[in-house]
Design a binder for this molecule. Structure first.
Ligand SMILES: CC(C)(COP(=O)(O)OP(=O)(O)OC[C@H]1O[C@@H](n2cnc3c(N)ncnc32)[C@H](O)[C@@H]1OP(=O)(O)O)[C@@H](O)C(=O)NCCC(=O)NCCS
Length: 188
């Protein structure tokens, strides 16, 4: 499915709709990415993003053939609430791989199982509709919550990337984790 981005994309899970993000969602997203508590695990968020920068980023993501950024919307029929984003990046149709990223930006919705649900839905799309073979990610070894979450949905640690990431003046180790399509198929 090479022209997947031109098609209408409808991904949903039990409680979430995963919808390609639009420029108009920028203001809400800005609140999370300028909140140090939410984005302390990311180097590029310095707490001072402007709405113009965020809109430019969202447009770049929408236009990029190697990125796929989705808003995570709770839709219970009565209201629709944007609670986070997830996406595939560095999509490589030669090797059939992509890197997964996720943020639940509304902290009041942490530990309600939304990230697990979103990742499962996104993996289903990646392996079934996009026909990818392997989804990987890098996570701080100290981010126990995220490591637990990724392992729970079937990612395996492939190795430790030593002193991989420079943050707050120091170098930190990261786990490279990944899941293969055949592992995913066995788990669903
Ligand atoms: C990491 C993040 C995506 C998780 O989202 P979430 O919706 O709260 O996750 P879920 O509710 O689906 O699952 C959380 C799991 O971690 C567990 N958990 C919570 N705190 C934990 C901790 N300190 N250590 C280990 N596990 C923890 C929960 O119990 C739950 O597991 P369970 O279902 O076995 O009980 C979210 O906290 C976030 O966006 N954090 C900031 C950005 C970030 O770190 N992104 C990942 C970068 S690689």
């Amino acid at each position: 499915m090479r022209n997947w981005k031109e098609k209408t994309i409808a991904i949903s899970s039990e409680r979430l709709s995963l919808v390609p993000i639009e420029g108009g969602d920028g203001r809400e997203i800005l609140e999370w990415i300028n909140n140090g508590e939410i984005v302390s695990n990311f180097q590029f968020f310095t707490g001072a993003f402007s709405i113009e920068e965020e809109s430019r980023y969202l447009t770049k993501m929408a236009d990029s053939p190697t990125d796929f950024l989705l808003g995570l919307f709770i839709n219970n029929g009565r209201f629709i609430e944007l609670i986070g984003t997830c996406g595939l990046h560095e999509i490589d149709f030669k090797n059939d791989t992509a890197r997964l990223g996720i943020i639940i930006g509304k902290k009041e919705h942490w530990n309600e199982g939304y990230a697990r649900e979103a990742i499962r839905a996104l993996l289903g799309f990646a392996f079934n509709a996009m026909n990818l073979h392997k989804i990987y990610l890098n996570v701080f070894v100290t981010n126990g919550k995220a490591v637990h979450l990724y392992a729970q949905v079937g990612f395996r640690i492939e190795g430790t990337l030593r002193s991989e990431y420079k943050i707050r003046g120091g170098y930190v180790d990261m786990y490279r984790m990944a899941i293969l399509r055949e592992e995913w198929k066995k788990s669903v």
